[in-house]
Design a protein around this ligand. Structure first.
Ligand code: FES
Length: 111
């Protein structure tokens, strides 16, 4: 069984929305992980920041309405839900569960 550690990244949703406005992406370092946090129309979601194609920073890309992050270097798209790349010719990116509670915004990373 995979275990994860729950890390608080913002104290409130308002703090999170100020740092990462709706429709935008932001790079976040948490321990050994560098994530791309997305503020989507379905809430906050996270994916590994390093593009599996040639390691460009996905947080420098854009977010579309289909919950995909578009890499700024060669425009491959990665699902924030599954991590899969649109054409499936590139390995998927790792995704991370993001949880919003009254205690803040949390991301789950492998323990
Ligand atoms: S480095 Fe991301 S698509 Fe090529």
């Amino acid at each position: 069984m995979n275990t994860t550690k729950k890390i608080r990244i913002f104290a409130t949703e308002a703090d999170a929305a100020k740092a990462v406005p709706p429709g935008t992406l932001r790079k976040l370092k948490i321990g050994a992980y560098t994530l791309c946090l997305a503020n989507t129309h379905q809430g906050f979601m996270a994916i590994s920041d390093a593009c599996p194609h040639q390691l460009a920073s996905l947080s420098g890309g854009t977010l579309n309405a289909r919950l995909q992050v578009i890499c700024p270097l060669h425009q491959k798209s990665y699902s924030l839900i599954t991590g899969e790349e649109g054409s499936k010719r590139t390995p998927p990116a790792e995704t991370f569960k993001v949880e919003t509670t009254e205690e803040g915004i949390f991301v789950h990373i492998p323990a």
